[in-house]
Design a binder for this molecule. Structure first.
Ligand code: PMP
Length: 395
């Protein structure tokens, strides 16, 4: 009965974990849940005001498919002032979250069997999204020594006649790695010269702890023409449940994306879009404050990690995750299937701690935890991980 496509798709690991966490909570257990990439802040005050006002002023009907013009103008202004790249509202399509912006883009670009190069570790939904849209994910292994960033050589090695697209997630979920402009330029130029579109997922760009972040379309006019930029308000403005993401692209691609979106969902909730206007135009200070909190948590956690034995980590330059290498205990753990799944099951069942297995991101020796949650809880989570690791190493 079900399509062949469905049988090729792996259910979301993160959703699987939240389901287990909910079941354990119902049994009365208190779980430290560091599995979800969801900011623990309220949305900015002005976002709330604008959203509520939309309900009171009858802004609850159908509107333009590519998104409210006021919101698209606010996005254009943001991209100009914060990312140094010039778009017009007709280059922007507002969608129901960045996830939707990505699938819209894939539907607009991919034909059946087209290859999409995906650096590993990747955000867990990418391979499945590519498959759903008829593409073939081609995994490009990166190295810990390169901070898990792809190099031009590795890109060339994965380029075939079927390559249509390259995914870049900068800053990265799960590693927090941020590419420098110097690292991006050769990769971007190679893609331009070889007709490979870039999908640049910059959803964590506002949560960045270095000055080295460069938005790919800002590199050159050719880079802008060759890139679909993905961004949104789920992470930067803590608006996960309001579902506002967007693409910025050439007007031709934007038109194609809008045609697809017009048939599938029309446009995201209008009240959410008005909340988005509030977040983009009147909430800079509040967003800066959230970023400052992530930054201070990150510093405290790095200090703690430096005291822990049996663990290697990648210093995150952006986003709000710790990607921890727990390979040191591999030979001390009995497991069938994925090692990181077993570790996460142990942590959940024996230590009441929920984190995400590295296998969800294509690297099985790792676990990911989110610090978009109260610092004391994350610190407690790290303590439990340390106790678990020691129990294995000393067994
Ligand atoms: N891209 C990346 C890299 C993400 O981590 C996420 C959310 N975890 C998304 C896209 C999806 O964001 P949204 O909630 O806006 O759909």
């Amino acid at each position: 009965m079900l399509s062949k496509k469905v049988s090729q798709i792996t259910p979301s690991y993160t959703i699987g974990i939240s389901t287990k966490v909910k079941a354990l909570k119902q049994e009365g257990k208190t779980i430290v849940d560091l599995s979800i990439g969801e900011p623990d802040f309220f949305i900015p005050e002005k976002a709330t005001e604008r959203g509520v006002e939309a309900f009171h002023t009858n802004q609850t009907k159908y509107d333009l498919v590519p998104g409210l013009i006021t919101l698209r103008e606010a996005i254009v202004e943001k991209l100009k002032s914060e990312n140094g790249v010039l778009y017009t509202p007709s280059d922007i399509v507002v969608s129901s979250g960045a996830k939707h912006a990505i699938t819209n883009s894939l539907l607009a670009i991919l034909d059946q069997g087209d290859e999409v190069i995906l650096p590993v570790p990747y955000w867990t939904s990418y391979p499945e999204m590519i498959k759903i849209c008829g593409g073939v994910p081609v995994l490009l292994q990166t190295n810990k020594t390169d901070q898990f960033k792809m190099t031009l050589e590795s890109l060339k090695a994965h380029h075939t006649t079927k390559t249509k697209m390259l995914f870049i997630n900068n800053p990265s979920n799960p590693t927090g790695a941020v590419y420098t402009k110097e690292e991006l330029i050769p990769i971007v130029n190679y893609c331009i010269d070889n007709g490979i579109y870039i999908l640049s997922d910059e959803i964590y760009e506002r949560i960045c702890y270095t000055d080295s972040f460069t938005s790919i379309p800002s590199i050159s006019e050719a880079a802008k023409a060759n890139t679909i930029l993905i961004n949104g308000l789920s992470k930067s403005a803590a608006m996960t449940g309001l579902r506002i993401g967007y693409t910025a692209s050439s007007p031709e691609i934007a038109k194609a994306i809008a045609t697809i979106q017009g048939h599938l969902v029309s446009h995201p909730s209008l009240a959410s879009q008005w909340a988005g206007v509030g977040a983009l135009t009147e909430s800079k200070t509040e967003i800066d404050q959230m970023v400052a909190v992530y930054k201070s948590r990150r510093e405290a956690l790095i200090k703690q990690l430096n005291t822990m034995k049996g663990i290697e980590y990648i210093t995150p330059d952006g986003a709000f995750y710790l990607y921890l290498n727990i390979g040191s205990i591999k030979e001390h753990v009995a497991f069938e299937g994925a090692f990181s799944l077993k570790v996460c099951d142990d942590l959940l069942n024996d230590y009441n701690l929920a984190v995400v297995p590295g296998i969800a991101f294509g690297t099985d020796d790792y676990i990911r935890l989110s610090y978009a949650t109260e610092l004391s809880l994350v610190q407690e989570g790290l303590k439990r991980i340390e106790t678990y690791l020691q129990s294995k190493l000393n067994a």
